[in-house]
Design a protein around this ligand. Structure first.
Ligand code: GUN
Ligand code: ZN
Length: 437
């Protein structure tokens, strides 16, 4: 993908983070009348219009987004692209939902043409909601990952994805083998990891669907390729936790199963993390692993409520995530909306600024991609969204009556969805404009 060589400039409100608002006084910068300058697909500068506009080369076209707000693109730290078409499938909890809907749906990704078709639709949806990077599960079929990265690279996107590993407790038609899964994973790492903007994630589905042999080989791969990612599910649902206890009676906890195979390390991202104890939380923090927090999914399946306060006390890296198809929206704004309510039900409070941090720089830090994506810092890849606080009559009324940035962001999080995304840019290229597809 050719990046754009010229300078582009955007006039709008600008919001960017350089620290976590839960732990630092001045964690963000906000320029009410700001200017974002992009050069060769990277951010050259972000600041006040008054200070910066004189630095533009003569005749630079300035795109006028006044009244709107530019943020770094959203990062979704856990999502299943093959589950796009089965979003909103009713089932009484995780395990029946996997059996009734998920496994039969994932079977269809054996067909590369179908995988390619869904990958395109999925990427359209991500960009429509302002998500510029996602950590994505494929299916057990390596061709599902080839189809995904082929589609994401054609659009020039920074994406993380991997082939699901599962060799037991699933239908025969979705089963790999310990050796076959490891071989396919190595092939895919060689083909895609750090190819253009693609990054590979070693992807054991969850402890119940891998044999000891597969868990062992997966841990070996995680050690052999330390700059790849690793993604899996942990402590999502109580019935699942009881099952793991039966399958791995020697483990101290569900997370300890992964720990015992060497899977806790930087760039390992654990989905859900609801039923952890404080020892588990400390292990996630000290190994520089991260939690992907999936509130719409957890509420939908009745899995439980993530404990933000305990996660913060432990110093865990965390990022917000949709977990579509168990998640009920692709939108990170809607994900914030539900995260806010989950925090309230646990007796804690998530300011809007914190939620925007967790969907941008906090996620980039969780993925060890600070300095590449997640903020408007100079040198970062120019992945950003243009948010429209006036996108609906109700939001326009509410934000007209807002007297702080926090209130505007809160209204966007609680009331916004794809309609609030006026435009999405990736590496400085317009990849979505509202009303144009
Ligand atoms: N645990 C194992 N597989 C899955 C999945 O596809 N979705 C969710 N939410 N949890 C899982
Ligand atoms: Zn998931």
């Amino acid at each position: 993908m050719q990046s754009i060589q010229s300078v582009q400039a955007y006039r709008a409100g600008l919001l960017t983070f350089h620290a976590d608002p839960a732990f630092a006084e001045r964690a963000h910068a906000y320029y009410e009348d700001g200017l974002l300058i992009v050069e060769n697909g990277k951010i050259a500068a972000a600041g006040d219009w008054a200070n910066l506009h004189a630095t533009l080369p003569p005749d630079t076209k300035v795109t006028d987004y006044r009244g709107k707000l530019i943020s770094a693109g959203f990062i979704d730290a856990h999502i299943h692209y093959p589950q796009t078409e089965m979003i909103a499938s009713p089932a009484p909890g995780l395990l029946p939902w996997l059996e009734q809907y998920t496994f039969p749906t994932e079977r269809t990704f054996e067909d590369p043409a179908h995988a390619a078709d869904v990958a395109e639709f999925f990427l359209d949806e991500l960009l429509r909601v302002g998500t510029t990077t996602a950590m994505v599960y494929g299916t057990v079929h390596p061709q599902s990952v080839d189809a995904f990265f082929t589609a994401s690279e054609a659009r020039g996107l920074r994406m993380i994805a991997g082939k699901v590993l599962m060799d037991r407790n699933c239908p025969e038609f979705l089963r790999d083998t310990a050796e076959g899964g490891a071989r396919d994973t190595e092939d895919l790492i060689r083909r895609w990891h750090k190819h253009e903007r693609s990054l590979y994630a070693i992807t054991p589905r969850f402890a119940p669907t891998s044999t000891d042999a597969q868990m062992h080989l997966t841990g070996e791969l995680a050690k052999q390729y330390p700059d790849t990612y690793l993604q899996t599910h942990v402590s999502e649902n109580e019935e699942e936790c009881r099952w793991v206890k039966q399958l791995y009676p020697q483990a101290r906890s569900y997370l300890d199963v992964y720990d015992s195979y060497g899977m806790l390390r930087p760039r390992a991202v654990f989905g859900h993390c609801i039923w952890l104890d404080d020892t588990d939380r400390a292990r996630i923090a000290e190994t520089q692993s991260a939690a992907a927090v999936c509130p719409t999914s957890n509420l939908f399946l009745g899995s439980g409520l993530f404990d933000f306060e305990r996660a913060d006390r432990a110093g865990m890296h965390m990022a917000l995530a949709t977990d579509v198809g168990a998640g009920t929206s692709f939108s990170m704004l809607q994900t914030m909306n539900e995260a806010y309510k989950v925090a309230r039900l646990k007796g804690s409070y998530l300011p809007a600024l914190r939620m925007f941090y967790l969907a941008t720089l906090g996620a980039a830090r969780s993925l060890h991609l600070e300095g590449t994506i997640g903020s408007l810092a100079a040198g970062n890849e120019a992945d950003f969204v243009v948010l429209d606080p006036q996108c609906t009559p109700l939001l326009a009324r509410r934000t007209a009556a807002s007297d702080s940035l926090e209130e505007v962001l809160f209204a966007l999080a609680l009331l916004g969805d794809d309609r609030a995304i006026a435009a999405t840019y990736s590496a400085g290229r317009l990849v979505h404009a509202r009303g144009q597809g």
